[in-house]
Design a protein around this ligand. Structure first.
Ligand SMILES: [Zn+2]
Ligand SMILES: [Zn+2]
Length: 348
């Protein structure tokens, strides 16, 4: 990206000089505009935040009471020094947004994390025409093609029922923000009781307060009789896998809901009994569709299989550049930071 661009990658994050704001900065800045509340996009320590209103409760949990947060609904417009800024649904998790930036007729869209697969717990991805599109590339390889969601939920339901027949507890690992609630919303809650890990419960409550329909859940720590767990489903963050936290449930089976589960060996690596292919990111086909629909002159690729996606775009009549190469060594650091989303460090 040339230094003249409307949006540039700096060592603090994506920066718009004309509007003097950063998008998802990872170093403290004056004005931070955030795409969504996942830890790798929502850092503490900035002076001012602007977040999508639909995800404001989640941002508040992640940023703390002291943070100065203002919000704006999808489609609303803010004018900063001639730069028009608006949020548009990214379909990734509740309140996730693409950020559209317009100045003197030039339009940039920073999409953050996104998916096109329908998800009842958040607004559907919106296709926006723009001149420059910044896309993620988390699953930008042809091997990543998601199983239809209905089938995945049938698999989860069957697994839960079978465990229940054997008087086992079903423990499903899912990222505490987004995936956990998507699992709750999609499973057949008539099968049995659902319990939550502390990290999941708080965010689940925020989802409910934001108007998302979720079945009744109970915080694991509030259960007195351990027999209550028999036959139930426990929703926990991946960090709980293999931990002593699991001991309280007695006989149990574990499952992991993640896009990574499509790869042979990933389930074994995570030491779980079952893998369910459920991702909040675009798969290979979705990335292609999203990119084509922008009709952008230039696609900037970041976060994931960057060279692979850049090559595909350039070989298919469009123009792409990695967002990383101009960034030198710091890019590796950025990648480390971004990958924390897949580790989910929040522990009860
Ligand atoms: Zn995310
Ligand atoms: Zn991310």
């Amino acid at each position: 990206m040339k230094s003249k661009s409307l949006v540039n990658l700096t060592n603090k994050g994506l920066y718009c000089e004309q509007g003097d704001f950063y998008i998802d900065p990872w170093q403290p800045v004056k004005k931070a505009i955030l795409t969504h509340a996942h830890a790798d996009h929502t850092y503490r320590g900035n002076q001012d935040y602007l977040v999508p209103r639909e995800g404001e409760r989640l941002s508040r949990i992640r940023l703390g009471d002291e943070a100065k947060i203002s919000s704006m609904s999808y489609g609303e417009r803010l004018d900063i020094n001639g730069v028009k800024i608006s949020f548009h649904p990214a379909g990734h998790v509740l309140g996730s947004a693409q950020i559209r930036v317009e100045y003197k007729g030039e339009i940039w869209v920073a999409s953050g994390d996104y998916k096109l697969t329908p998800d009842a717990t958040c607004a559907a991805f919106e296709h926006i025409r723009c001149h420059n599109f910044i896309t993620e590339a988390t699953f930008a390889l042809p091997i990543y093609r998601w199983t239809p969601t209905e089938i995945v939920f049938e698999e989860i339901n069957d697994w839960w029922r079978r465990n229940q027949e054997r008087e086992k507890v079903s423990v499903i690992f899912a990222y505490s923000l987004g995936k956990a609630q998507r699992v709750m919303n999609g499973i057949d809650s008539s099968i049995g009781k659902i319990f939550t890990h502390g990290a999941v419960e708080r965010l689940t409550q925020a989802y409910r307060e934001s108007g998302v329909d979720l079945p009744e859940t109970k915080y694991v720590g509030a259960v007195e009789n351990k027999k209550d767990f028999i036959g139930s489903l426990i929703v926990a963050p991946p960090s709980a896998a293999g931990s002593i936290w699991l001991r309280r449930f007695g006989a149990h089976s574990t499952g992991f809901a993640s896009g990574w589960m499509i790869v042979r060996g990933a389930r074994r690596q995570k030491a779980v009994d079952r893998g369910f292919v459920l991702s909040d990111h675009a798969d290979w086909t979705e990335l292609q569709t999203a990119i084509k629909e922008t009709h952008a002159e230039m696609i900037y690729v970041t976060h994931g299989f960057i060279p692979e996606l850049v090559r595909w775009i350039n070989e298919n009549g469009m123009n792409a550049k990695p967002l990383k190469s101009q960034f030198g060594e710091e890019a590796d650091e950025l990648d480390d930071v971004l990958s924390t989303e897949f580790v989910d460090k929040i522990i009860e």
